[in-house]
Design a protein around this ligand. Structure first.
Ligand code: ZN
Length: 135
C-alpha cells in the first residue's frame, strides 16, 4: 500500500519507518493520523483532499469526527467528496449516520450527496428492522 508523508507529502510505502523524501520518522502511527487530521485544515484544498484520501486508506475510526467537520464546513467540493469516501471506507454506525445526513442535505454539492447516498445504501439498516432484536 502507498501512502503519503505528513511532512512533505511525498508518496511512501505504508510500511516505511522513515520518509525517503524528507527523512521524517513515520513510525508512530498515532501521531501520523493526528497529522493527517491536522492536514484536513491545510490552506491548500489539494492537501486537504490527500489527507482525507489517506485517512480513508487507514480506516482509523478516530478520524470520523474530523471528516464530519469537513463535510459540515465550507470545504472545496472535491475535498468534501474525498471526506465522504473516507467515511465510507472507515464505516461503522457513526460514519454512516453522518453520510446519511449529508445525502439528505440539499446545501451539499450534488457530487458529495451522491457519494454519501452510495455509501449508505450498503450500510444502513433496513427501515422497520429492529437491530436490538437479534434475530
Ligand atoms: Zn517526507
Amino acid at each position: 500500500m502507498t501512502t503519503y508523508c505528513p511532512h512533505c507529502w511525498a508518496e511512501v510505502d505504508a510500511a516505511a519507518q522513515v520518509c525517503p523524501g524528507c527523512r521524517a520518522r513515520l513510525a508512530d502511527s498515532g501521531s501520523y493520523v493526528a497529522k493527517l487530521i491536522a492536514a484536513l485544515r491545510h490552506p491548500e484544498p489539494f492537501t486537504q483532499r490527500r489527507a482525507a484520501y489517506v485517512l480513508g486508506l487507514l480506516r482509523d475510526p478516530s478520524a470520523v469526527a474530523a471528516l464530519a467537520a469537513v463535510l459540515a464546513g465550507p470545504a472545496d467540493p472535491y475535498v468534501k467528496g474525498e471526506a465522504a469516501h473516507a467515511l465510507d471506507a472507515i464505516g461503522g454506525d457513526h460514519a454512516c449516520e453522518i453520510l446519511q445526513q449529508v445525502a439528505q442535505d440539499e446545501s451539499q454539492p450534488l457530487m458529495v450527496r451522491r457519494t454519501a447516498m452510495a455509501a449508505c445504501d450498503n450500510q444502513l439498516p433496513v427501515p422497520g428492522e429492529n437491530k436490538a432484536a437479534g434475530r
